[in-house]
Unconditional design. Structure first.
Length: 239
């Protein structure tokens, strides 16, 4: 039975991905802060799903939470680094910027680098980072969010360069707009899909051990535009 940890599994994309992977026969370790939501999901998915309430911004405690989950699973094949926040922050309040960087940058590196060390020891494994098409440009409404996703994508490039020679896979998943708590009341969205549809796309990318995957695939067109079109046009799309 393949084994995976998913961070940010109490809601949204992480929860839907957990449902799909459990159905496909994976044993799962689920991590997020909301213990009641994690326990409800574990109750739904069965005994091969373990949970751990933890905050990815707590850099001191995070490695021991991840160690404990891997020990409960008796091994690990895949780490999905998904936990993230995107508070709207057009007024650039410090607290919103701080929380975004703490979660999406420090928390992301905490989880991904823990997995890199774990997989390096066993010389196999697969790290899956949930970045975003937001990685492709700056944003007026959520500047720290887009910057954090650019960081995540570049960090995953680095892990791939470092770990590829040991056969350890690294997948950078870049979803477009997905209907979740994160995007509630967000204006100006297009090509929006529900969380289950997006999670199916993420699982396909995991199965084929893609290097970079746009979810749904049509977002690759926006990625091309970001490269080719004048900045102002793309900026309009990313506000
Ligand atoms: N929705 C979109 O349109 C979209 C598009 C592209 C990329 N993404 C990315 O997809 C990922 C999931 O987003 P989503 O849309 O599913 O958002 P969501 O519904 O708000 O879920 C976010 C998840 O992250 C967890 N989380 C947040 N802060 C945490 C912390 N400090 N420690 C541990 N867990 C934490 C939350 O759990 P707790 O609150 O229980 O801790 C929750 O399980 C994020 O990385 C996001 O940037 C989303």
């Amino acid at each position: 039975m393949p084994k995976a940890i998913i961070t940010g599994a109490s809601a949204g994309l992480g929860r839907e991905l957990a449902r799909i992977m459990a159905r496909e026969g994976w044993a799962l370790g689920l991590l997020a802060r909301n213990q009641a939501a994690l326990e409800a999901l574990a109750g739904e998915l069965g005994p091969s799903v373990k949970v751990r309430a933890a905050d990815v911004t707590d850099a001191d405690a995070l490695p021991s939470h991840l160690d404990a989950l891997a020990a409960e699973l008796r091994g690990l094949d895949c780490m999905v680094v998904n936990a993230g926040v995107a508070p709207h922050n057009r007024k650039l309040a410090w607290e919103q910027e701080r929380v975004t960087v703490a979660t999406n940058v420090l928390g992301f590196v905490g989880c991904a680098s823990w997995a890199a060390r774990f997989f390096y020891q066993q010389k196999r494994g697969h790290i899956v980072g949930i970045s975003s098409v937001a990685a492709l440009s700056g944003s007026a409404a959520v500047p720290a969010y887009n910057a954090s996703k650019a960081f995540a994508s570049r960090y995953l490039d680095g892990l791939r360069a470092n770990l590829g020679r040991f056969g350890i896979g690294v997948t950078d998943v870049r979803p477009g707009y997905v209907r979740t708590h994160m995007t509630e009341d967000q204006p100006g969205m297009f090509w929006v899909v529900d969380a289950e549809t997006a999670a199916r796309g993420i699982f396909r990318a995991i199965r084929r051990r893609a290097k970079v995957a746009y979810v749904p695939r049509r977002w690759v067109l926006i990625a091309l535009m970001a490269r080719l079109a004048p900045g102002r046009l793309y900026q309009k799309l990313s506000d």
